[in-house]
Design a protein. Structure first.
Ligand code: HEM
Lengths: 78, 187
């Protein structure tokens, strides 16, 4: 499984044709196919290319919604 | 636009661009729900179809009212709604409740239920975002949330998940909680 540094992850921000990857609890998911992550933006609040582990605690849903998207790697501890 | 109202809310610490984006997305989801519920309602068939249609109709009409009060608030705050329907569908807060491949009443009711559950997430977020800072948007988000929760419970009841805990409407699309925001309309 591919390992991502935070710097690498930041490139997958869904902008300018880049895929949209999101890290949560150490796992990295590809949410590019989601209509709710168009251009790497989610609910006018969150951006792809980041570790959103803390943000999901404030969200009106759990991390389970990520599980239907492809797991593309693991986030390296920094 | 209500310039002073906007300034007060911004002074309270709300990022107005984000708030308007959230309201637009919510409005988009409501209009799409209204549209797709029309198709879902037509496709509800079978021995219990009439009561399913009736409840879907209440939810459909109330979602249209939600759309209208959200658009009103967007303009009040100095924002604008989508210039085209294409942009609206691309930016919605919830996936569109399309007609499922399996057109059984159960599958259609499940689509309706998921749409209501998504809407609840949207209004929980809006309530949290505006709480203590923008009382009007909070008030209308809360009123909409009340109705979405009732819709969820109706569809759960129809799917046999459990009793809804309340009755239907006195007339189609009554909108008991959001009615006060539509004072311009005739009773
Ligand atoms: C302010 C915070 C957030 C809000 C208001 C929010 C809201 C929503 C809503 C309304 C949905 C649709 C759910 C449904 O259909 O029932 C959704 C889906 C989703 N959210 Fe969030 N969310 C937030 C934060 C997050 C965060 C931090 C992540 C990632 C770590 C995330 C990942 C997802 C995913 C993957 C989906 C499923 C998308 C799809 O099915 O296409 N959300 N979110």
């Amino acid at each position: 499984m591919k390992k991502f540094t935070r710097k690498e992850l930041a490139r997958y921000n869904g902008k300018d044709g880049a895929p949209a990857y999101v890290a949560c609890e150490g796992e990295v998911y590809d949410v590019s196919k989601s209509v709710l992550w168009r251009k790497g933006e989610h609910q006018a609040t969150h951006n792809a290319g980041q570790d959103l582990t803390d943000s999901i605690k404030e969200a009106p849903h759990g991390p389970d919604l990520l599980k239907k998207f492809p797991l593309v790697g693991i986030l390296e501890e920094s | 636009m209500s310039k002073n109202e906007r300034e007060i809310i911004e002074k309270e610490g709300i990022d107005m661009d984000v708030l308007i984006k959230k309201l637009r997305k919510a409005g988009a989801a409501e209009l799409l729900t209204y549209y797709y519920y029309t198709l879902l309602r037509y496709n509800l068939a079978g021995p219990d179809a009439e009561s399913f249609k009736e409840i879907t109709e209440d939810a459909r009409l109330e979602d249209r009212c939600h759309f209208e009060i959200l658009v009103q608030r967007i303009y009040e705050l100095g924002g604008e709604f989508y210039p085209t329907l294409r942009e609206l569908e691309e930016d919605t807060a919830c996936g569109s409740p399309y007609l499922p491949k399996d057109r059984s009443a159960k599958s259609i009711l499940k689509v309706l239920l998921d749409a209501e559950r998504c809407a609840e997430r949207v209004y929980h977020d809006l309530c949290k975002f505006t709480f203590g800072k923008d009382p009007i948007t909070y008030d209308l988000s809360l009123a909409i949330l009340h109705e979405e929760v009732e819709h969820e419970a109706w569809f759960e009841e129809l799917l046999g998940i459990g009793p809804s805990g309340h009755f239907k409407r006195r007339f189609p699309g009554e909108s008991p909680y959001t009615r006060k925001f539509r004072h311009i309309e005739k009773e």
